[in-house]
Ligand binder design. Sequence first.
Ligand code: 2IT
Length: 443
Amino acid sequence: MSRDALLKTYMDMVEDRTEGQSEFHQAVRHVAGDVITIEKAHKEYAAAKVLERLAEPDRVIGFRVVWQDDAGEVQVNRGWRVQYSNAIGPYKGGLRFHPTVSPSVLKFLGFEQVFKNALTGLPLGGGKGGSDFDPRGRSDREIMRFCQAFMRQLAPYIGPDRDVPAGDINVGSREIGWLFGAYKAHALEFTGALTGKGPSFGGSEIRTEATGYGLIYFLEAMLAEHGDDLEGKRIAISGKGNVATHAAEKAVAKGAKVITLSDTSGTLTAEDGLTQDTIDWVRARKAAGEDIAGAPHAEFAESASPWDQEVDIALPCATQNEMDASMARRLVDNGARIVAEGANMPLTSDAQQIIADAGLLHAPGKAANAGGVAVSGLEMSQNSHRRFASRQEVDDALKDIMRHIHAQVAEEGRQGNRVDYGRGANIAAFRKVADAITAMGAI
Ligand code: 2IT
């Protein structure tokens, strides 16, 4: 059978079983498109039905989260943990609190996490979880009570050798502190069952910065591969959260010009590049739950998109499917040459096709944003050893890991003097996961 016929048969099976889970279908289709012929050509993988098995998470745990708001009213939210695959290590992946969280979104994120974690070279399986809870407009005490109620439901299913959650959108070190407090009260043990903890209770240096810094280290490796560097490059970044602001900070420190940051209210633009004080201001506003209109030394435009600027490099760091076909076309027309994903699956399938057809280099999130989970892996190992690594030690390890991911992906994806990063990442990660699944038999 041809690749297209194989992919159609496979995706028909996936879609029949998971009707309506469009984000999940999108993520699975991209990986399967790159690896299905490899699975079929490799006798052991084909016999073990590796792709068919990977279309189904190990399990999805769903629960009700009941808590009381400041007015004493009972609130009911939905929570889930997708334990996708522990073929190469304990389930590992973030928790997201956002009204768009659904089983489809968490399954796509869990699926991607399996492959991302494999690329880090650390012994980490893949998972993802979260809730449809919206922290916007909630007081600190309400968010704490929500975290405690959420962990009451989740705690029985996690642990340092079983499943180790961390943060994701709207779950930062403050929420991890509340979640960890509730976990510890349940488990009657102090173990590293969560990462992204505060430095005074087992958290790793650099974990907060790691996804954004790692994205820039990966970008530097991409540029070096193609005989170039960051100096003077014009970069558009979307988002205003942890990934976006730390990527911006590191890019500016390396001599690039960061032209934009954004949120759902609009886009901040500085023609000569945002300065560190503007980035700090954005971070403080995000922490206070406020939008980014009115930043110092930058223009704010309500309906503008970061992809309307003339830039060399685009770093989408907001959320899934944030860039659609028309935005991708504008980005290409504005002269961008590189897209590296800080967010998970930020391009729609149509946007991805446009970027590919225009010949841009495009690094997928599972490679480019793996720095966060990589430092989570380092935090787990520090906790197991009961020690703390220095900031320098962790930053050096993060740089090494991002260079190593780039080298693996480039090797699998090299086509002449260019690299197909999407294909390279999917193939390198798939081989590792498939080898482990195959070695463990039909279980
Ligand atoms: O998308 C991601 O890789 C994360 N949210 C980080 C997960 C982790 O376990 O550190």
